[in-house]
Design a binder for this molecule. Structure first.
Ligand code: DAH
Length: 346
């Protein structure tokens, strides 16, 4: 009986330190399991008198029930705690944006190049253009040869190239590579743009970076002319700047177009007076373009006798600088949140 009477007190004492369901089950087994003290007492009853059997048996049963009931209550308590802990972790706080800002953390936003790129894509999509992608790592053929720049051509030096050790692969120096892949995969008439990063092994300054962004454009069909080219470029620029911008067209040399042009816009940073962005000239080269060279059409599987086309390569970073009045291209790639967070947030 002595053992029995201290049992409940011992159990209650130990129960206080239980905080996990698994521990509770162990404690229950320790006291009222098959190997526990209660089971021992019952086993030893065979030698007791009938009177003892009755009283001890009744008392043992009472204790077992008391312990089971305590375990049951504790179990409910612990299950509730577990559910609440789980809810606390997965709780969705719909007011989080505000509280994040209150705590001085910054909400995420789009990079200005992304904003402008998406705007321009939308403009071209509304004019019936597709948007294509292309690989950053290119081969010599797509970056140079197919674009009418053979191995010994001096034009290869116009673009300082990051070559891979095999001397056959490179980081694309321009998005014109997208022209070749785009032509091969379609039949005229077609029109598409291809935006993306390009890479040049150049010294950096206020208007040069080693990584920058271009948006290539191409339209091929019957009788596509300089007239079409000028129409699309003018529409593009007035949509982008949402105001009148002065433009000028100069002859320009690019092996993949003939004739080739440079389309300049009056510098919007200094209104043509001269600054670091326009290299004191007052004009910014923005849109080199031209009629696609017959050799390039051939490389794309298109018969230059039947079809013609125009192409252009828009410098996105300069455009961003003009649009937002940024006077140094290096801000765009510095990853400084004070700069980046000034643009549209999500
Ligand atoms: N790929 C040229 C460059 O990065 C830019 C360019 C010029 C693209 C004329 C064109 C074009 O499509 O017609 O310097």
């Amino acid at each position: 009986m002595l053992v029995l009477e201290s049992l409940l007190a011992d159990f209650t004492q130990e129960l206080k330190d239980i905080h996990k369901i698994a521990d509770l089950l162990n404690l229950k087994a320790k006291y009222i399991g098959k190997q526990g003290p209660l089971a021992d007492v019952m086993k030893n009853l065979k030698d007791a008198t009938p009177e003892e059997k009755r009283t001890i048996g009744v008392r043992a049963n009472e204790l077992k029930q008391a312990i089971e009931s305590l375990v049951g209550h504790k179990m409910q308590e612990l299950e509730l705690q577990e559910i609440n802990a789980g809810l606390a972790i997965s709780k969705i706080d719909v007011s989080l944006t505000d509280s994040v800002i209150e705590k001085g953390l910054q909400a995420a936003g789009y990079h200005p190049v992304t904003i402008v790129q998406q705007e321009i894509e939308d403009i071209f999509i509304s004019m019936g253009f597709e948007v294509l992608d292309g690989p950053h790592i290119e081969d010599e053929y797509h970056n140079f040869e197919a674009l009418n720049i053979p191995a010994s051509h001096p034009a290869r030096d116009m673009q300082d190239t990051f070559w891979f050790a095999d001397k056959k692969h490179l980081l694309r120096t321009h998005t014109s590579t997208i022209q070749i892949r785009g032509m091969k995969e379609r039949k005229p008439p077609f029109r598409f743009v291809g935006p993306g990063k390009v890479f040049r092994c150049e010294r950096t300054d206020a208007s040069h970076e080693m990584v920058f962004h271009q948006l290539e454009g191409m339209m091929v069909g019957e009788d596509v002319s300089v007239g079409n080219l000028i129409y699309f470029m003018k529409t593009l620029l007035s949509e982008i700047f949402k105001r009148d911008v002065e433009v000028r067209l100069r002859p320009g040399f690019f092996p993949f177009v003939e004739p080739g042009f440079e389309l300049d816009i009056k510098c919007l940073i200094c209104a043509g007076k001269g600054c670091s962005v326009c290299k004191q000239v007052g004009w910014v080269e923005l849109l080199p373009c031209g009629l696609v060279h017959p050799n390039v059409l051939k490389a794309g599987g298109i018969d230059p006798e039947k079809h013609s086309g125009f192409a252009f390569g828009l410098g996105l970073d300069r455009l961003v600088m003009m649009k937002y009045g940024i006077d140094d291209i290096r801000y765009l790639h510095a990853g400084d949140l004070r700069f980046n967070s000034q643009f549209k947030s999500f």
